[in-house]
Design a protein around this ligand. Structure first.
Ligand code: M6R
Length: 366
């Protein structure tokens, strides 16, 4: 089953170009997102949508966080993202014409399912599921759906489920954008960009040998800090979740601008810092955040876009170059080296990568 791979997780990381291509297959073409991909009843609902609440757990929650950046930017629709275990017990305000979106790889996560059932009483326009298992409860109980086509995910640490969820959310964001007046040329550019995502992921996988060398660095560490800005902040969160889950190293993620509001006090030579540095308007801001880290002796590992101007001085330990593609797909592309890093650190620390202690693949209890 695992073939040439040592663990399911590694196999699943390398399956991502195919999984994402399958998820986009028959859903987007040269003229944009194809009609009816969200179900034949979707049109009137999506036309009416004026707000979105995204609810999920763990990695699926991080996908929702990326989607917030995309949907708000492209469709100008306000998005709230919340973990299911909080959402379900809270008295949430639901403005008129709000769409409820549940995200789940398994479609059986107890809190996500309960949140979705609770949403029925809260007056939403409709419920929409992004899910990887067609026969799951979340899918059966939703009004609209977009299936990810990652194929079975065996490793407890979610990898291909995440990037396919991002692909699904990008389709939704673009479709909503088109409905809400997104400029036609920009729409088509982003559609093309999304179609190129499998290629960029393929390319990002080539960073494995470099990442493997960096992994050495974490073997004896107890803590790590991940930094990102904008839509790369959830990618930093996802990188830190992967690392803690399978390597048992305590990791936290911060939006880089928050560093000086507290976490900078933690930075010393024992604290590796992983930063995601895509090209774009926030690059200079991020660079100055990284200078602050360096000045305090922190060991920096930077995953930087090929086009991002980084002097070699910026990173202490290493700069890994990744071609992130455009800014829409870059969060999905930069996720890949984060996954590889967590994977190789865990392998070198000798943990049970596919079955980390205390965790279950599908959390069907509350
Ligand atoms: O099946 P789901 O997407 O609903 O699962 C949600 C989380 O339990 C899951 O993403 C978990 O956080 C993973 N172990 C993360 O790698």
């Amino acid at each position: 089953e695992r073939g040439e791979y040592r663990h399911y997780m590694q196999k699943e990381i390398f399956e991502q170009p195919r999984a994402v291509a399958d998820t986009l297959e028959g859903r987007i073409g040269p003229h944009g997102v194809l009609p009816n991909i969200f179900g034949i009843d979707a049109d009137p609902i999506l036309d009416k949508t004026r707000g979105i609440h995204i609810v999920a757990c763990g990695t699926s929650y991080h996908a929702g966080m990326v989607a917030k950046y995309w949907i708000e930017e492209l469709a100008r629709i306000p998005v709230v993202v919340e973990v299911a275990s909080e959402y379900r017990y809270r008295d949430v305000v639901v403005p008129e014409n709000t769409l409820f979106v549940a995200v789940s790889q398994s479609g059986e996560t107890a809190d996500t399912l309960a949140a979705m059932r609770e949403s029925r009483r809260r007056g939403y326009l409709a419920t929409f599921a992004i899910c990887n298992v067609p026969e799951s409860s979340v899918v059966r109980e939703s009004d609209l759906r977009l299936m990810t086509r990652a194929g079975p995910e065996i490793g407890v640490a979610s990898t291909k489920a995440f990037t396919t969820q991002l692909a699904a959310f990008a389709l939704l964001a673009l479709d909503l954008g088109r409905r809400r007046g997104l400029d036609g040329a920009r729409y088509l550019d982003h559609c093309k960009e999304l179609q190129s995502l499998p290629r960029y992921i393929e390319n990002a996988l080539k960073s494995e040998p470099e990442v493997l060398k960096i992994a050495d660095h974490f073997i004896n560490k107890q803590h790590a800090l991940f930094l990102g800005r904008g839509a790369q902040y959830p990618v930093a969160l996802e990188g830190s979740l992967k690392l803690k889950e399978i390597s048992y190293i305590h990791a936290e993620a911060y939006p880089a601008g928050e560093l000086k509001h507290g976490p900078l006090a933690l930075v010393d030579e024992n604290m590796p810092i992983v930063a995601v540095a895509p090209n774009g308007p926030l690059l200079d801001k991020l660079k100055s955040n990284l200078q602050e880290v360096r000045a305090r002796g922190g060991e920096l590992i930077v995953f930087a876009d090929e086009r991002a101007e980084m002097d070699t001085e910026t990173a202490h330990v290493a700069t890994v170059r990744v071609d992130g593609g455009g800014d829409l797909i870059a969060p999905a592309v930069f996720t890949v080296p984060m996954q590889l890093l967590a994977y190789h650190v865990a392998v070198q620390r000798g943990t049970d990568v596919d079955q980390p202690r205390n965790l279950a693949k599908s959390v069907t209890v509350e």
